[in-house]
Design a protein around this ligand. Structure first.
Ligand code: BTN
Length: 275
């Protein structure tokens, strides 16, 4: 790998909360190479640039602040400095392109597992991959891929998790978003959560490389199915009942006239979020 694209850092380059985590993550399949940035535009952009320079899979870039954090559907992803886990992972397993949604599923499931292991809170996923606590959003995932023919060349999967965000300063978001601090009533240790996440990701990614699919578990953790939803995509909006998801990750919605629509990408609002 070129000199200007470090695959990991020395312990003194990490902030105190990350030093032990980086030490304990050494050797993990995901996060064994951990790059920290105090502030950056977007960790997804950082990992993409490193991917283009040949960085190895499993590389994680984590930032305490993003100046141009990106969400799905071209939205910004905002998080006060040092309040969240903001990170992106590089995957290189040459999956068929039709199966790359499995990497996003894997990151969503690992996020749920890390929250459960460290805080005992059971969260869910809202299609396609929002991390939810009750009906409020706790985190989001943004995947960007590049193909080599019909197979994956690399994927960057970014996760933003609201750990210690105080939403009382954002009244417009209070009814739709939440943080782990709000849920537990206490400041949450980001280091402990991160280590649990990297361990869960490493184990789950090794299983995927061995041919095990996360699809069934992902389906079982979706809070969307069976619920009344409104789908919003770039050019339309319609309501119905979320019926089922396919192994490729698309959602089928049953409309009131009995017909079904397949949704490949878009946003889904649950009925309670519309009221
Ligand atoms: C969503 O819209 O729900 C997805 C949000 C993804 C945000 C994360 S934060 C770390 C990574 N870097 C980015 O710019 N976006 C992702």
């Amino acid at each position: 790998m070129p000199q200007d694209s470090p695959s990991s850092q020395d312990w003194w380059q990490y902030p105190p909360w990350l030093q032990q985590v980086a030490e304990r993550a050494k050797g993990l399949k995901v996060g064994g190479n951990l790059i920290y940035r105090r502030a950056t535009a977007s960790t997804n952009d950082d990992v993409r640039q490193l991917a283009l320079k040949g960085a190895p899979e499993g590389l994680v870039v984590l930032a305490d602040e993003q100046t141009h954090g990106r969400g799905r559907l071209g939205r910004p992803w905002l998080a006060p400095a040092e309040s969240s886990l903001l990170l992106s992972v590089l995957f290189r397993h040459p999956l068929p392109m039709s199966e790359t949604a499995q990497l996003t599923m894997l990151v969503g499931l690992a996020a749920l597992e890390s929250i459960e292991v460290t805080l005992g809170l059971r969260c869910a996923l809202k299609w396609p991959n929002d991390v939810m606590l009750g009906d409020r959003k706790l985190g989001g995932i943004l995947a960007e891929t590049e193909a080599w023919g019909h197979r994956l060349r690399w994927a960057v999967v970014g996760l933003g998790l609201n750990v210690n965000v105080d939403f009382s300063s954002y009244p417009e978001l209070q009814s739709v978003a939440t943080s782990l601090r709000e849920a537990t009533g206490e400041e949450v240790d980001r280091g402990e959560l991160l280590l649990a996440l990297l361990r869960a990701l490493s184990r789950r990614y090794a299983q995927l490389v061995d041919g095990a699919s996360p699809v069934e578990e992902w389906q079982s953790r979706l809070c969307t199915l069976g619920r009344r939803v409104t789908v919003e995509s770039s050019n339309e909006r319609f309501s119905g009942t979320a019926d089922f998801v396919t192994p490729e990750g698309s959602l089928f919605v049953r409309l009131d006239d009995g017909t079904r629509r397949e949704v490949l990408a878009g946003d889904v609002k649950l009925r309670s979020q519309l009221e």
